[in-house]
Design a protein around this ligand. Structure first.
Ligand code: ARG
Length: 414
């Protein structure tokens, strides 16, 4: 029997050419696998047929939209994951779910190798291959663009000479990756980091400078998962999709940044993640209301480490799983409602309400109804500041003063 290779297939030019290219270079049969993670565009059936027309011996398509939303986007939301404080991990979380389907297809069709369309310069090759090795340790990985010299020009030439049913003239200057959690755009004139993005870069969002009337949305969470929008029950997928539309119409979730890739390169990225950014903003605020202070502080550190692990392709690693357990446990009381105004590029919190809130009106109020005993603050501060005060006594003994404050006096005499 011929060797079989499973190819991560998008339906685009490069992976359509890769089917025949891999078969010719290796002598293997190619099985195309397309996974729907909410990237929009053509139907899975159209994509499947194209793979077969381009020479795949089998084509497997999977609607993984709910799986992606439930098992990948929701943990990302619960972690409030923003790489370098800004990027909500759009591509980083789709690679592990696609890898899962690639490994399952390899098993089902008896393939020894998995192929993907990544270059050798990015994070995505690492995320695919680390995930595939973890889920299917016997599988080999190849990347035709990186390993079999499949360049863009050669792909166009190949598609034309073999009459492949794929458009070769439509020139998109950008490299784009998109799914329901957001959209990533890179390359082209964006590689000059002094250049501002032009209108054609964006697709999920409208220009925030010309917004429609404000849109107020109430998001209900149950243990850190959105379950209702404006009182209507929604699945996680529906919540993300609806907020992509509503926050997208207001130009929320545009991100332009220079990012540190795992491979050591700094790269310019434009992201659009309207639904993700609206949800993270709301979820963070509900945590402010429901998490105890020390738990909240520590969770921010854990969330950042979780985010870096996921960015670096470690979705299925032991440490990432340990941190999942911690984050999951913190979400027990993250239930309630957040009311938020979506307008002109911003999601602004207006109200919060929760049966499991730790906000105590009696403790917080400066008006009548105060239940906080202010007389206990004095003793608390004396003891809380004691170790620093003892140290300052030592500094005065040793070098005369902690701070002689002379520059303050000079300034006030001017
Ligand atoms: N730099 C981002 C990341 O590493 C996005 C990569 C998206 N891929 C693409 N072909 N545009 O997660």
């Amino acid at each position: 029997m011929k060797e079989r290779i499973v190819l991560a297939y998008s339906g685009g030019l490069d992976t359509s050419v890769a089917i025949g290219w891999i078969a010719e270079a290796t002598g293997a049969e190619v099985i195309a696998v397309a996974v729907d993670v909410g990237q929009g565009g053509e139907s899975l059936e159209t994509v499947r047929q194209r793979a077969l027309d381009c020479g795949a011996v089998e084509a497997y398509v999977a609607d993984a939209r709910d799986e992606f939303a439930n098992e990948y986007c929701m943990p990302t939301l619960q972690a409030n994951a923003l790489y370098m404080d800004r990027y909500p991990l759009v591509s980083a979380i789709s690679r592990p779910v696609i890898s899962r389907h690639l490994v399952a297809a390899a098993k089902q069709f008896g393939a020894s190798t998995v192929a993907h369309g990544c270059t050798g310069k990015g994070n995505d090759q690492v995320r695919f291959e680390v995930s595939i090795q973890t889920l299917g340790p016997d599988l080999k990985c190849i990347a035709p663009v990186r390993d079999l010299a499949l360049t863009r020009d050669k792909a166009i030439e190949y598609a034309e000479s073999h009459n492949l049913p794929i458009e070769t003239t439509k020139k998109n200057p950008f490299s784009i990756d998109q799914n329901v959690w957001g959209r990533a755009v890179e390359t082209g004139f964006l590689e000059d980091i002094w250049n501002g993005p032009t209108k054609d870069v964006y697709d999920y969002t409208e220009d925030p400078a010309f917004p429609p009337a404000p849109d107020v949305v109430t998001i209900t969470f149950d243990q850190g998962i959105p379950t209702k929008l404006d009182g209507r029950p929604v699945t996680p997928l529906q919540a993300i999709e609806e907020l992509n539309r509503r926050a997208g119409a207001q130009g929320i979730g545009r991100i332009d940044m220079v990012e540190d890739r795992l491979v050591g390169i700094k790269s310019r990225e434009i992201y659009e993640a309207p639904g993700a950014m609206a949800l993270i903003t709301a979820h963070q605020e509900l945590e402010n209301v429901t998490l105890e202070r020390e738990q909240a502080r520590f969770k921010r550190t854990v969330g950042q480490r979780w985010t870096e692990l996921v960015y670096d392709g470690q979705w299925y690693s032991p440490l990432k799983q340990n941190l999942d357990t911690f984050i999951q446990d913190t979400q027990k009381y993250v239930s309630g409602e957040i009311r938020m105004e979506l307008h002109g590029g911003r999601a602004t919190i207006q109200g919060r309400r929760s049966d499991t809130s730790l906000y105590d009106f009696g403790l917080a109020t400066y008006d009548t109804g105060d239940t906080f005993d202010q007389s206990s603050a004095r003793g608390f501060i004396d003891i809380f500041g004691l170790s620093a005060k003892v140290a300052s006594g030592r500094d005065i003994r040793v070098k005369g003063a902690v701070d002689d404050l002379s520059d303050v006096a000079e300034l006030s005499n001017d």
